[in-house]
Design a protein around this ligand. Structure first.
Ligand SMILES: NC(=O)c1ccc[n+]([C@@H]2O[C@H](COP(=O)([O-])OP(=O)(O)OC[C@H]3O[C@@H](n4cnc5c(N)ncnc54)[C@H](OP(=O)(O)O)[C@@H]3O)[C@@H](O)[C@H]2O)c1
Length: 352
C-alpha cells in the first residue's frame, strides 16, 4: 500500500510499484481463475489476465453470441472454454461476471460449486449488498472479494493493449482463508488495473449506482436534452444546438478535462466563457444537489435495486425497453448526432 494525498485527504492505494505482476503471479500460482460470463467485463478481464500469464478459463452458456465471441477470442472448448457449470466446478476463483439479473438466476448453480477454500469474486457489490432481494448469500468457508474496474470491459482491454490501465476499487466481504486481501489485490493487478483503491461492497454499489444514474449517464443525458430543447425552441438549427451541447463537449472539452482538469479548463478558455461558466456553475450545482441527494437515498434504501430487479423480471420488459430506447434513438437530438458523426468521419476521410 502507498499513502497518497488526494487534494489534502490521505488515502492508501495500491499501484504496480508496490504490488508488481510477479507478486500477483506468486499469490495466484495455484489458482484456476474461472471467468463466468463473457458479456462486456468478462472478455476484458479474462483476456487481460490470460495475456498477463494467469491460468484462466471461461464459463459461458452455449448457443449464444457471447459463446461465439469467446471462441473467436481464442478460448478453446473443452480446454479453456466450458459450460458455466463445468467452469465453476474447475475454477478455484469463481469470477461472477454475469449480468446482475444473471447472477440472481444462476446463484443456486454457482453456490453448490463453491466448496470450502474457494474464492467468489465480483466486479460489483450489487448481489451481496442487496442480498435480501438477490438471495446471494455465500457459504461461510469461502473468500468473497471484489475488483471493480471503473469503466467498461472494452476500455479495460483497450487501455491494457495500449500499455495503460483503468483504475479499480477492491473490497473484501469475507475472509475465510486469511488470504482474501492479497488475492483481491493480485486479481486487481491481474486484470490490468491502473491503481487500486479499497472500498467495501456497500460503498462500491452505492457510488456506482449513484454515478451511472447521475453525472455519468442519467444527469448528463437529462441536461443535454434540456439545453438542446431550449436552443431549438429559441430558433437555433439542429446543427447549432447539437454542436453547442454535445459535439463540443465530447470532441473538445471532455478529453481536455481528462488530461488537465476543469480548473485548467477554466484558466484556458476565453474570458467570456470563463466568466459565464464560473457565474453559472453554482446555480447548476445548487439546482442538482437536492436531486442527487434524493438519488443517493433511493440507492441506499434499496429502492433502485428493487426497481431494477422488478422491471428486469417483468414479462414483456424487453419489448418495453426496446420501445423506450427507440424513442431516444429516433429523437431529433440523437438523429442529429448520428448525422454529425457521419459528417465527422467524412472529414476524417478527406484529411486522410
Ligand atoms: N459493463 C461495465 O461497464 C461494468 C463495469 C464494472 C463492473 N461491471 C460488472 O461486471 C459484471 C458483468 O457486467 P457486464 O456488463 O459484463 O454484463 P453483461 O455484458 O450484461 O454480460 C452478461 C453475461 O451474463 C450472461 N447471462 C446473463 N443472464 C444469464 C442467464 N440467465 N444465464 C446464463 N448466463 C446469463 C450473458 O450471457 P449471454 O450473452 O449468453 O446472454 C453474458 O455472458 C456485473 O456485475 C457488472 O455490474 C460492469
Amino acid at each position: 500500500m502507498a499513502t497518497i494525498n488526494f487534494g489534502g485527504v490521505e488515502e492508501n492505494v495500491v499501484t504496480r510499484d508496490e504490488f508488481p505482476l510477479a507478486k500477483a503471479h506468486e499469490v495466484l500460482k495455484d489458482e484456476t481463475i474461472a471467468v463466468i460470463g463473457y458479456g462486456v467485463q468478462g472478455p476484458g478481464q479474462a483476456l487481460n489476465m490470460r495475456d498477463n500469464g494467469f491460468n484462466v478459463i471461461v464459463g459461458q452458456r452455449k448457443d449464444s453470441a457471447s459463446w461465439e465471441k469467446a471462441v473467436s477470442d481464442g478460448w478453446v472448448e473443452g480446454e479453456t472454454l466450458f459450460s458455466i457449470e463445468e467452469a465453476a466446478d474447475r475454477g478455484t476463483i469463481i469470477c461472477n461476471l454475469l449480468s446482475d439479473a444473471g447472477q440472481i438466476a444462476l446463484w443456486p448453480t454457482l453456490k453448490e460449486r463453491l466448496t470450502a477454500g474457494k474464492t467468489l469474486y465480483f466486479s460489483h457489490g450489487f448481489g451481496i449488498t442487496f442480498n435480501d432481494q438477490t438471495n446471494i448469500i455465500p457459504p461461510a468457508d469461502v473468500d468473497v472479494i471484489l475488483v471493480a474496474p471503473k469503466g467498461s470491459g472494452t476500455s479495460l482491454r483497450r487501455l491494457f493493449l495500449a500499455g495503460g490501465g483503468l483504475n479499480s476499487s477492491f473490497a473484501i466481504f469475507q475472509d475465510a482463508t486469511g488470504k482474501a486481501y492479497e488475492k483481491a489485490v493480485a486479481m486487481g493487478i491481474g486484470v490490468g488495473s491502473g491503481y487500486l483503491f479499497q472500498t467495501d461492497f456497500k460503498k462500491e454499489v452505492y457510488s456506482d449506482l449513484t454515478g451511472e444514474r447521475g453525472v455519468l449517464m442519467g444527469a448528463l443525458a437529462g441536461i443535454i436534452e434540456a439545453q438542446y430543447q431550449v436552443l431549438r425552441q429559441r430558433g437555433h438549427s439542429p446543427s447549432e444546438a447539437f454542436n453547442e451541447t454535445v459535439e463540443e463537449l465530447t470532441q473538445s472539452l471532455v478529453p481536455l478535462v481528462g488530461e488537465n482538469g476543469m480548473d485548467w479548463m477554466f484558466s484556458n478558455c476565453s474570458v467570456t466563457a470563463q466568466r459565464g461558466a464560473l457565474d453559472w456553475k453554482g446555480r447548476f450545482r445548487d439546482a442538482t444537489l437536492p436531486v442527487l441527494n434524493e438519488l443517493y437515498d433511493s440507492v441506499a434504501s434499496g429502492e433502485e435495486a428493487r426497481r431494477t430487479i422488478e422491471r428486469g423480471s417483468t414479462p414483456g420488459y424487453r419489448k418495453e425497453l426496446e420501445a423506450e430506447l427507440k424513442e431516444v434513438r429516433d429523437s431529433e437530438l440523437w438523429q442529429t448526432g448520428a448525422t454529425v458523426r457521419q459528417l465527422r468521419s467524412k472529414t476524417e476521410n478527406v484529411e486522410a
